[in-house]
Design a protein around this ligand. Structure first.
Ligand SMILES: [Zn+2]
Ligand SMILES: [Zn+2]
Length: 132
């Protein structure tokens, strides 16, 4: 069982299956919503994700997009598309062991800040990995 939660501990979750993917998103929406330069996400089967403590708040960051976060400490937890229930993204940094889920690529470099440099050698995509 993979576990995680927000900073204050009000929200806890568990994953009953290993993530299907892992990436770093450079998009402007993730940046503003999180207050961070980039946000790393793991993609999971929505059926394998369960909130085990607390009640996350929801925010529609774009039409058809729902993000869950802790209303107490503000930690961003998940990203979901209303029109695609094949995956749920969970913020890698909220996992209890983020080291277990290293990213395989960077997405949305078209939104990137000029001074963000990773140099980790991973593939870069100008938009979504699936749009390029
Ligand atoms: Zn919290
Ligand atoms: Zn993003």
């Amino acid at each position: 069982m993979i576990t995680g939660g927000c900073h204050c501990g009000a929200i806890r979750y568990a994953l009953s299956a290993a993530p299907m993917g892992s990436m770093i998103c450079h998009c402007a929406t993730c940046r503003r919503v999180s207050g961070a330069l980039v946000v790393a996400w793991v993609s999971v089967d929505p059926d394998a994700f369960a909130i085990t403590k607390g009640k996350p708040a929801h925010y529609a960051s774009s039409p058809g997009i729902s993000r869950q976060f802790c209303s107490l400490c503000g930690a961003q937890l998940t990203y979901a598309r209303d029109d695609d229930d094949s995956f749920l993204d969970v913020a890698t940094a909220t996992l209890d062991d983020p080291n277990a889920s290293p990213p395989t690529h960077h997405s949305w470099l078209s939104h990137d800040l000029a001074w963000v440099k990773f140099g980790d050698g991973l593939p870069n995509f100008q938009n979504s990995r699936y749009d390029d």
